[in-house]
Design a protein around this ligand. Sequence first.
Ligand SMILES: Cc1ncc(COP(=O)(O)O)c(C=O)c1O
Ligand SMILES: N[C@H](C=O)CCC(=O)O
Length: 429
Amino acid sequence: MSRSETLFANAQKHIPGGVNSPVRAFKSVGGTPLFFKHAIGAYVTDEDDKRYVDYVGSWGPMILGHSHPDVLDAVRRQLEHGLSYGAPTALEVEMADLVCSLVPSMEMVRMVSSGTEATMSAIRLARGFTGRDSIIKFEGCYHGHSDSLLVKAGSGALTLGVPSSPGVPAAFAQHTLTLPFNDIDAVEKTLAEVGNEVACIIVEPVAGNMNCVPPAPGFLEGLRSLCDKHGVVLIFDEVMTGFRVALGGAQAHFGITPDLSTFGKIIGGGMPVGCFGGKREIMSHIAPLGPVYQAGTLSGNPLAMAAGLTTLKLISRPGFHAELTDYTSRMLDGLQQRADAAGIPFVTTQVGGMFGLYFSGADSIVTFQDVMSSDADRFKRFFHLMLDGGVYLAPSAYEAGFTSIAHGDKELAITLDAAERAFAQLKLA
Ligand SMILES: Cc1ncc(COP(=O)(O)O)c(C=O)c1O
Ligand SMILES: N[C@H](C=O)CCC(=O)O
């Protein structure tokens, strides 16, 4: 048995399913999840000492690559001063100022410890601000695992086939209206009927939890104008896209200003961090300024702030996102060429350093149905062939992929060589 197999067998004794987050379990691709012990730059190393070019990047945060020396130094420096105080720090003030300067729609920001907390709190705030109970989300979008948002959700919920989780009271779920992503007519119709009951629309501006689906032209613009018309709070969940598809997030990339935004992943530089924020008028309703309660023992944790601040400063250098985008495009072009040469129907999607791979004959991927019509069995075989070739992709056909600035020509060659062999094998199968 490999070390990963032994560890996985042991893990299952006391950890449900052997993992601390369902998407890690390889359920939809089969086989044993890899247990990692080391990560540096574009690579992760498993417990059996096999190294892989990594396109998961801890599900998005590692935009600088793993173990960036400046980030590690910042954490080490902070370590000497204590792990947590449960009191305000200068680092939090610096973080709030930086986030608000990088993302102009953020006039005020509250730090939390995960993306789930960020979206859950933003929803509560939108409800408290508007005095309305209903929310609109989109099928296949994932906004963390809070009750109101685990309805027709993406990510592990979709992968495991339980997009609407047991344990969510029907009374909660009835306030969550779920509409098709990229279908602005459905939003218009719903708001025309019940607009005065809807507190907010929450959307992943690039859907990244049902593989990667960019917004159709006019979709985000339509959401903005419909929210204005019906007094609905527009929330961009930028936990995944924030600081990745552009320094100012998807809202900068697409030029749409939401009322509230949520961030996670990159903002913590690999440490557990999230935040929500936006218009001062709305954020002023959060305690202790206003009556909507929200709190956290470890919120604004100094180690996490040190890692996040250093990451945000490093990715602010001119040209960073253009380089990230360029690598991603070259990698996807290379995959497409090799799939075409092997005669394998294959489509890719990309926004900046975020991408999707589909075994599909469709011209483009726009809807949830497009995603679900792609060949997940073929992806499963591709995933394992790529693993054999030293490339670690997200272990699900319903997760986006991520590149880092540490990915360069060497990693491109490893990836494309592995893919060429994988497509050839798929053709034979
Ligand atoms: C768009 C989006 N929102 C929210 C979350 C929840 O974040 P977390 O896993 O940090 O709770 C995630 C990822 O899990 C995400 O991709
Ligand atoms: N798709 C999820 C978040 O982006 C993956 C992370 C997780 O839930 O473990």
